[in-house]
Design a protein around this ligand. Structure first.
Ligand SMILES: Cc1cc2nc3c(=O)[nH]c(=O)nc-3n(C[C@H](O)[C@H](O)[C@H](O)COP(=O)(O)OP(=O)(O)OC[C@H]3O[C@@H](n4cnc5c(N)ncnc54)[C@H](O)[C@@H]3O)c2cc1C
Length: 349
């Protein structure tokens, strides 16, 4: 029995590959939902918006291959029309035309659609929610994993960011000191970002020949994009808020965002259906504090995560472990695939 810790994209990809090969596993997930850093929310208006991962590009071949395999579709990020740009906090917002650039893509139906399709390929009883893993011990012929319940397996996969397991899970025997130190200094991609979305009945920006894009050095929103669905039948604006606004109350943040959008796009921006936000640094199963300042992607893709530990009974996975595009969905898929390959190889011996 393989024990996979984490039902994010990397853990689900590993599970999907093991299921295809007929190898038994259980996924232990701390949250009450699957998907981890992928979370498409719908609210009462039913309009899907991404609180987590959203975009990919043509170089993300592992992700594209998986989408094709699962017969999922993607569509280009809407960028038709002028964009707004605020060069500094006190300056006014300018309406400009961007030069042509390589497109980025979104997953049709939302990023969580990929998560739910992967889950649909598994037996639901193999994915256990509410299992916050706190201790892992490697015993003579087995691995013991302690969460809300205790599980015994043959191999364990850490499909969660290295900083999280290094800080929140104790290991017996102890992990090598260099691995532990590197993991504690491995940035978890986007762990400290704030995502905000507002849904609308009408795409007023599109009607005004605007892309729905804002790049602002003033804030609160630093980037805003059109977030309508592929069919362009549901409409939203979505983007990133400066992390300095997390000290405000939810009401104050919402007021500041609406005021900024009104100043940028006009009064129609105030006529939204729903406001959504996610402060990822308040998510204990994504964010962990640092002892030292980490720069974005620090130690992501470090080869130490692809070494063999405890005779191959411990496998380090997650997007941050990938050799290429570490931290991104593509890295998560690559890590999930590589982890399954390692398990299949070991089972063939
Ligand atoms: C706001 C935001 C925007 C992003 N935008 C993009 C984007 O546009 N494009 C892109 O490619 N990538 C983006 N990313 C990154 C992308 O989300 C990740 O690369 C990918 O989802 C990581 O998958 P993972 O399985 O490696 O890790 P995670 O999704 O972090 O999954 C780990 C899982 O482990 C669980 N877990 C944690 N601790 C424990 C424990 N102790 N016991 C049991 N379970 C535990 C977690 O709940 C989680 O479900 C974004 C991320 C965020 C947060």
């Amino acid at each position: 029995m393989i024990l996979i810790i984490g039902a994010g994209l990397s853990g689900l990809v590993t599970a999907y590959r093991l299921k295809q090969a007929g190898i038994p596993f259980k996924i232990l997930e701390a949250r009450t939902r699957i998907g981890g850093r992928i979370n498409t929310v719908k609210g009462s208006s039913g309009i899907p918006v991404e609180m987590g991962a959203t975009w990919f590009n043509e170089s993300h071949r592992n992700l594209i291959h998986l989408l094709n395999e699962l017969e999922l579709h993607a569509f280009e990020q809407y960028m038709e029309g002028t964009v707004f740009y605020q060069p500094n906090a006190t300056g006014s917002v300018q309406e400009i035309e961007l030069p042509a650039q390589a497109p980025s893509y979104r997953i049709d139906g939302g990023s969580s659609h990929l998560i739910h399709v992967l889950f649909s390929k598994l037996d639901p009883e193999d994915v256990l929610l509410n299992q916050n893993v706190t201790h892992i011990s490697f015993e003579e012929n087995e691995v013991k994993v302690v969460a809300n319940d205790t599980f015994i397996g043959t191999q364990v996969v850490l499909a969660l960011p290295p900083k999280l397991w290094a800080k929140n899970i104790s290991f017996e025997p102890k992990l090598p000191q260099d691995l532990l130190a590197t993991s504690q200094e491995t940035h978890t991609w986007m762990e400290d970002s704030i995502k905000v979305a507002l849904t609308y009945k009408n795409p007023f920006w599109q009607e005004a020949k605007q892309a729905g894009t804002l790049f602002s050095n003033g804030g609160p929103m630093t980037e805003v994009y059109d977030h309508s669905n592929r069919e362009r039948s549901t409409f939203a604006l979505c983007g990133f808020m400066s992390t300095s606004f997390k000290a405000l109350s939810a009401e104050e943040r919402q007021l500041a965002v609406v005021r900024q959008l009104q100043n940028t796009f006009g009064t129609k921006a105030t006529d939204f259906l729903e406001y959504h936000e996610c402060i990822w640094s308040q998510e204990p199963y994504t964010f962990a504090t640092n002892e030292t300042l980490l720069f974005p992607h620090q130690n992501n893709g470090n080869a130490i995560f692809r070494k063999i530990y405890f005779d191959g009974r411990l496998i380090l996975s997650s997007a941050e472990s990938a050799a290429e595009f570490a931290g991104y969905m593509d890295g998560a898929v690559a890590a999930g695939n590589l982890t399954a390959e390692k398990i299949l190889k070991a089972s063939a011996i």
